[in-house]
Design a protein around this ligand. Structure first.
Ligand code: AMP
Ligand code: GLY
Length: 421
């Protein structure tokens, strides 16, 4: 069986690793992949924005099943292109990807379906936006309307900060010269939670809840990143809370998509804030989370591939998923300077030793003459598995002690729940 995984991060390495452990006879391919993925899959060097060429490759190579990691190929319509060629692929269509690709679309969708979310205002007019900000309570959240690789959100503590972000959008046009809509949104406080489900448009399977750390420095200081660490399970996410999330958020979302005649097959990732009023949606993503996937998949006892295939065939059943009791903690090691500019091609040492309870998922790595070197901002995910979060955390940090590259940076407070509370 031939499986193709699209993407090049820790998330895609975790997906390849999980499938390689389930289906010994599988031949794995990854476009474009990274050096860690290259240890278990064939790397195919096609740029991620060349969707036609990826589909042509899949057809020629007779790929049986494709899994898409990042949002850009989904928003570009890769699933529609594969479906036209009668190639099996897991992920939502271009239209369905609006749930993530357009903040305006998704907020209006939430309002229409009474899905709890912060109060908001949408405009594509700079003067109108300024007027809303003048009347807002601070902090106020301003979101650029389209995809912006995680950089399109500002939490403005004061008026000047809000205006400066609006100027970036409307005058400097830093995100787009055409689409300049913004969402101005109520600031929500509480604990964040990543709640992912797999759905084929009707039935759904919830994945193990995870908690992501977005800021670069300890104690949530510094700028936002793609994610500096993660853990699962999440103590704040009790069984009762999960029931509320399903009833008030997951089911209304799936029903709302049906109402709009959208056949949704894929992941729906609910970025939630657990507020005093209950769980509220901060954002939707239409794909696996990164680094959430790196802690969710090591905890999954059942077959990921079987579940994803069942979703595509429209035969999803909740009993298909079984979770291990163990906890998982992922500490991300990044290049010094990230999320700003950073150096690459720095040799990494200490990756050789293997153990059953620590797994290393590569993100920005490549190989030069048999040596692993850095090639991106987030470089490695060191994932510890243990009988509880404390043990999993200790294992991840102990393993990091033997990994080194110049200027490496990681947070020291991932899953440190005592400090957090
Ligand atoms: P988003 O891309 O919409 O998920 O926003 C990125 C991050 O900004 C979220 O993970 C939160 O940490 C934060 N954020 C977004 N919206 C809000 C909000 N309404 N209130 C508080 N924090 C928010
Ligand atoms: N962990 C955040 C994301 O995948 O968007």
């Amino acid at each position: 069986m031939k499986i193709l995984v699209i993407g090049s991060g820790g998330r895609e390495h975790a997906i390849c690793w999980k499938i390689a452990s389930e289906v010994k006879s599988a031949t794995l391919y990854s476009v474009p992949g990274n050096a860690g993925i290259g240890e278990i899959a064939n790397l195919i060097n096609i740029p991620l924005d060349n969707l036609q060429e990826i589909a042509t490759f899949a057809k020629k190579e007779k790929i049986d099943f494709t899994i898409v990691g990042p949002e850009l190929p989904l928003a570009g319509g890769i699933v529609d292109i594969f479906n036209k060629k009668k190639l099996k692929i897991f992920g939502p269509s271009q239209k369905a990807s609006n749930l993530e690709a357009s903040k305006v679309w998704s907020k209006e969708f939430m309002a229409e379906n009474n899905i709890p979310t912060g109060k908001f205002f949408v405009t594509d007019d700079f003067i109108g936006a300024k007027k809303v900000v003048e009347k807002s309570k601070f902090p106020v959240v301003i979101k650029f309307g389209g995809l912006a690789a995680g950089k399109g959100v500002a939490i403005a503590r004061e008026y000047e900060e809000a205006i400066s972000f609006l100027e970036d959008i409307f005058e400097k046009k830093i995100f787009s010269s055409v689409n300049n809509s913004v969402v101005i949104e109520e600031f929500l406080s509480g604990e964040e939670l990543s709640y992912l489900v797999i759905t084929e448009g009707e039935n759904f399977i919830p994945l193990a809840p995870a908690r992501d750390y977005k800021r670069i420095y300890d104690e949530d200081k510094g700028p936002n990143t793609g994610g500096m660490g993660c853990y699962s399970p999440v103590p704040v996410c009790s069984h009762e809370l999960e029931k509320i999330i399903e009833k008030k958020i997951v089911i209304p979302t799936i029903k709302g998509l049906q109402k709009r005649n959208i056949d949704y097959c894929g992941i729906i990732y609910f970025g939630l804030m657990i507020t005093d009023r209950g769980p509220e949606v901060l954002e939707y993503n239409v794909r696996f989370g990164d680094p959430e996937t790196e802690v969710i998949l090591p905890r999954m006892a059942s077959s990921l591939l079987e579940i994803l295939q069942a979703a595509v065939e429209g035969e999803l059943k909740r009993e298909m998923v079984v979770w291990k009791k163990e906890a998982a903690v992922d500490v991300v090691i990044a290049s010094g300077g990230y999320p700003g500019s950073y150096k690459t091609d720095i040799p990494i040492t200490g990756l050789d030793s293997v153990s059953s309870d620590v797994t290393i998922f590569h993100a920005g790595t490549k190989k030069i003459n048999e040596t692993f070197v850095t090639s991106g901002g987030r470089v490695l995910n060191v994932v510890g598995l243990g009988k509880n979060l404390k043990e999993a955390r200790a294992k991840a940090y102990e393993r990091i002690d033997s990994i080194f590259f110049n200027d490496m940076h990681f947070r020291r407070d991932i899953a440190d729940l005592e400090k957090q509370n």
